[in-house]
Write a protein that binds this ligand. Sequence first.
Ligand SMILES: [Zn+2]
Length: 157
Amino acid sequence: MKVESFTIDHKTLLPGIYLRKRGETYHTYDIRMFRPLSDGELESVEANGGFPDNERFLSPKTAHTLEHLLAFHLRDTLNLDSSLIYIGPMGCLTGFYIITSPELPRQKLVESLKLVFGMICEAKNIPAATSGECGNYAFNDLEGAKSVSKRLLETLF
Ligand SMILES: [Zn+2]
């Protein structure tokens, strides 16, 4: 298996901020916000009507809003643009990937994320949520992003 993240045992993975790859030119982190789906869990949840948004996984709209807010506050508000190569949601909606330059210390990233989740809890609007700046500016959930951020502040740090 060539895809490194597929070799991680997702059955024992807990929410957290993980340094996944320490490359020469970049570092890859997982911000795992939700525990992966476990064997047998799907059947019990489906019997109860499915997963409520943002209770067990990010809703797609919340992931999009978090993408805007995390990128804006990390790059602009905290001025980490030159160290931040990429930030975006995982397709499985259990968290985000962050790719940084190797010069950014892990502790600095963790402290910055804590600050940014605090800022998101207070957010009044979504940066760059306009037709000129985003592929689908109507596809957002600010209240969802705030409630997930509040929970992450209580559980991730
Ligand atoms: Zn967008």
